[in-house]
Design a protein around this ligand. Structure first.
Ligand code: BG6
Length: 490
């Protein structure tokens, strides 16, 4: 890993939602912890005709909203804002790129990181203009935000365009789930603990559940989301990345390519789901109006910005299978939805039951171990084990007991960094292991495209579910068919 050197971080789309809510606040957090290399600058680029003072003021207002109160202080703010410079940049105006080039040339020894926080359709144009204006150096890096394309074909086209100017070693494709603490802990848990290492296969695991439930709806992004849907927005990237990390074989070491080689193998081995299998393996839903404990919630088609009646899915559940020795016969139940009952991201590894059960036969059903990896709202790991119910009255009655490791409580003196903060820091250090390689994205698209190609058929059904619920009741079928139920949403 390279030692961080003075860096120019050049953000395209610097007035957008992502920049204001995540990138600038993450840079603030790095600044606060003195992790931005000495002499680093932050060049913020957007179309609006404002100056640096106005941009700094906007950034200051948004930092007040998006940084935790106890982290905000004037001294850090001043240090961060003094690094920020704003340049107006319209992608079609050559003089704007020339001005950027002149600015960068004045600091030619700085490491350069271009952060494309714009829609992916502009990535090719920006790359071409950067090249024409001599902004691209052999050592610069480029960060690409998701969603990268609409399907495999468009994703490959974007990768081809960017790939004309940047090598794969220079490209950092963001999936912010890879920056979450528990995701990294998954590597530690799996590969540093022999107790799990030896059990992590079809001999010992009966099934795996991965749930990414969001309580929020579309949050003013209807026109983007309506073209994407939950499959492209959450499954193709975040959910399949979690699945790949759970299912991959041990990498030879922690280098980016060793880890990514193993993830690619899993994505390649995902069993395609044919049209006839979809009825039992895929459920799509869209939220109707409903309520949470606090308020009435509108239907997807009545959200702000909605245009007409849409059939875009806001919920997907899939019974996936991985065709290899480790996972033969072990279903992976995946589900993700917007406007669900609560924000909850968790991975549950269900271990098989004992082959011969010596306790009360009525208790056989409850007697298995579950490893629960929680990503949100709280990060932690817990293991459900069976213990004896205390007391002298009864024969041995067993009861599930939780061995709980809550990161916030256990490591209360250590702050857990935000995903973008960690990812930005890794780009500065030049470490690609938390970023997605081109072939990973493309295999993920292939699997998703194959499922979605059947959705235009008349027999494809979009099930309505009330906002604030656990999704369409039909999503229970894909797990109930295997005589199981989703964990924890009763
Ligand atoms: C983004 C999606 O990638 O992830 C959003 O585009 C989604 O639609 C968000 O809400 C969820 O991220 P998190 O970290 O809040 O689970």
């Amino acid at each position: 890993m390279n030692k961080p050197t003075a860096t120019d971080i050049i953000i395209f789309g610097a007035l957008g939602d992502l920049s204001q809510r995540k990138l600038i606040p993450s840079l603030y957090d790095l600044e606060k912890d003195h992790l931005l290399p000495h002499g680093s600058r932050i060049l913020c680029l957007a179309r609006q005709d404002i100056d640096t003072a106005q941009y700094r003021q906007t950034a200051r207002e948004n930092l007040a909203l998006h940084v935790e109160n106890d982290r905000l202080d004037e001294e850090t703010l001043a240090r961060l804002l003094s690094r920020i410079e704003y340049l107006t940049l319209d992608f079609n105006t050559d003089q704007h790129f020339q001005a950027l080039s002149t600015n960068l040339a004045k600091h030619s020894t700085q490491q350069r990181i271009f952060y494309f926080a714009t829609a992916a359709e502009f990535f090719g144009t920006i790359s071409t203009k950067l090249s024409e204006n001599n902004c691209i150096t052999d050592t610069c890096r480029v960060v690409l935000e998701k969603p990268l394309g609409f399907d495999r074909e468009s994703s490959s086209a974007i990768n081809d365009q960017v790939g004309q100017y940047f090598t794969e070693q220079q490209i950092y494709r963001i999936d912010h789930y890879l920056g979450k603490e528990t995701v990294q802990n998954l590597l530690a848990l799996r590969f540093a603990n022999p107790i799990f290492g030896t059990q992590w296969n079809q001999n010992h695991i009966s099934h795996v559940e991965i749930t990414i439930a969001e309580s929020v709806g579309i949050e003013g992004r209807w026109s983007y989301f309506d073209k994407a849907g939950q499959m492209r927005d959450m499954v193709q990237n975040h959910l399949l990345q979690l699945l790949a990390l759970v299912a991959m074989d041990p990498p030879d070491d922690l280098s980016a390519d060793c880890i990514r080689d193993q993830k690619v193998k899993v994505l390649r081995q995902l069993k395609p789901i044919s049209a006839s299998e979809q009825k039992h393996a895929v459920v799509c839903g869209q939220y109707a109006s409903g309520n949470n404990d606090v308020q009435l919630l509108p239907s997807y088609n009545s959200e702000e910005g909605a245009e007409g009646t849409s059939n875009t899915e806001t919920f997907v559940a899939i019974r996936a299978e991985i065709q290899n020795w480790r996972w033969a016969g072990v279903p992976f139940y995946l589900r993700t939805g917007k406007r669900m009952k609560q924000k909850l991201t968790q991975i549950i590894i269900h271990f098989k039951q004992q082959p011969h059960f010596i306790f009360d036969p009525l208790q056989h059903g409850i007697a298995s171990n579950k490893l629960i990896l929680s990503l949100q709202p709280n990060e932690g790991v817990s293991l459900q084990v069976q213990t004896k119910s205390p007391g002298i009255n009864n024969d041995i009655q067993i009861q599930p007991t939780i061995l709980d490791l809550n990161f916030n409580k256990e490591f209360k003196d250590t702050r857990t960094p935000h995903a973008y903060e960690r990812l930005l820091f890794e780009v500065i250090k030049g470490n690609q292991y938390l970023f997605v390689r081109r072939d990973e994205i493309e295999h993920a698209w292939t699997w998703c495209d194959n499922i979605m190609q059947h959705w235009s058929h008349p027999e494809h059904v979009l099930h309505k579910y009330p906002a604030g619920s656990w999704g369409p009741t039909e999503s229970e079928i894909i797990i109930r068919n295997d005589k199981r139920q989703w964990f924890g949403d009763q």
